[in-house]
Design a protein around this ligand. Structure first.
Ligand code: SF4
Length: 64
């Protein structure tokens, strides 16, 4: 699993990082970034997917 980050779409709501703090964080400018290497390890995939789904602007796209 990989996560495509559509940075222009990210509006810094931070819901992804609240939902999956092990996977996502916000950088100094308020844009999301991954905290882990890709491909996402199996034990973090469910959490990564959940964090992507809560994004209100669909800035995180899951690629299986
Ligand atoms: S939930 Fe979406 S808009 Fe908010 S920080 Fe995460 S990727 Fe960006």
């Amino acid at each position: 699993m990989e996560i495509e980050i559509r940075t222009p779409a990210c509006e810094g709501y931070g819901l992804c990082a609240e939902t999956a703090p092990e996977v996502y964080e916000l950088d100094d400018e308020g844009y999301v970034r991954l905290k882990v290497e890709e491909p996402i390890s199996p034990e973090l995939q469910q959490l990564a997917g959940a964090g992507a789904r809560v994004c209100p602007v669909a800035a995180l796209v899951v690629r299986e």
